[in-house]
Design a protein around this ligand. Structure first.
Ligand code: MD3
Ligand code: FE
Length: 218
């Protein structure tokens, strides 16, 4: 067989995978082919489990609006951070994780060598202008050997990735529409955050950024 030649412009359209830190892989545009289905499935989820601003244990209201799908959902209130099976707003189980979400997260993980990632939780974060997430670690999950997969949709954000200690100087990284990042191994417990969102707009989401984070929480 012969090797097909790719024109430079075709190469440019292929998702590129780059290791942005040890065991952390950015796959540019990996979610683009499925964006319409993802956004339609997202609309259904937020119609059942609305986005809401949760309260931190310290009494602050988060600037990011959140909801969940999957058998477990991440919540915070004055009692603390935890995963629940039910939406505290409705008393109903969190909406099921759509196939489009599950497949995307599973396939992104395979691309980076995690062959058995089956998330049971998807936290949905909605940022409008000014919303931010201060440096934190994701430590409420039971199994840190499983990665976290994040999907960015809509207007771009500047993401910060620090080290294993809060005082480690973070590097900055732009995350744009369709980008998927797999955070495994050594990167799984690194401090990370999102800088205050700049005003912008995107045809797919208007003036919002949406981030989906897939976890094996239970
Ligand atoms: C690096 N969300 O929901 S996603 C979060 O863009 C969260 O909404 C951010 O941090 C957002 O907890 C960042 C990227 C991300 C998610 C989990 C990580 C990066 C991570 C866990 C470890 C290291
Ligand atoms: Fe996080």
């Amino acid at each position: 067989m012969f090797q097909m030649d790719l024109l430079p412009e075709q190469l440019g359209d292929l998702p590129s995978k780059q290791e942005i830190a040890k065991d952390a892989y950015l796959i540019n545009g990996f979610a683009l082919p499925n964006q319409a289905t993802l956004l339609a499935d997202l609309q259904h989820i937020i119609s059942v489990a609305p986005l809401r601003h949760m309260e931190t244990p310290g009494g602050f209201i988060m600037s990011v609006a959140m909801t969940n799908c999957g058998t477990l959902g991440w919540v915070t209130d004055r009692q603390g951070y935890r995963y629940t099976t039910h939406d505290p707003l409705s008393g109903q189980p969190w909406p099921a994780m759509p196939n489009s979400f599950m497949q995307l997260a599973h396939h992104a993980a395979i691309e980076t060598g995690f062959n058995d990632f089956v998330p049971d939780a998807c936290l949905i974060n909605q940022y409008k202008v000014g919303a931010r997430m201060t440096l934190h670690q994701d430590k409420n999950e039971l199994d840190f050997s499983q990665p976290i997969v994040s999907v960015s949709l809509g207007i771009p954000a500047v993401f910060q990735l620090g080290g294993l200690s809060r005082s480690d100087k973070p590097i900055k990284l732009a995350l744009t529409h369709g980008d998927v990042v797999v955070w495994g191994g050594e990167s799984r417990l690194k401090f990370h955050g999102v800088m205050p969102l700049k005003a912008n707009c995107h045809p797919a989401t208007g003036d919002y950024r949406i981030n989906l984070t897939f976890r094996k929480a239970g």
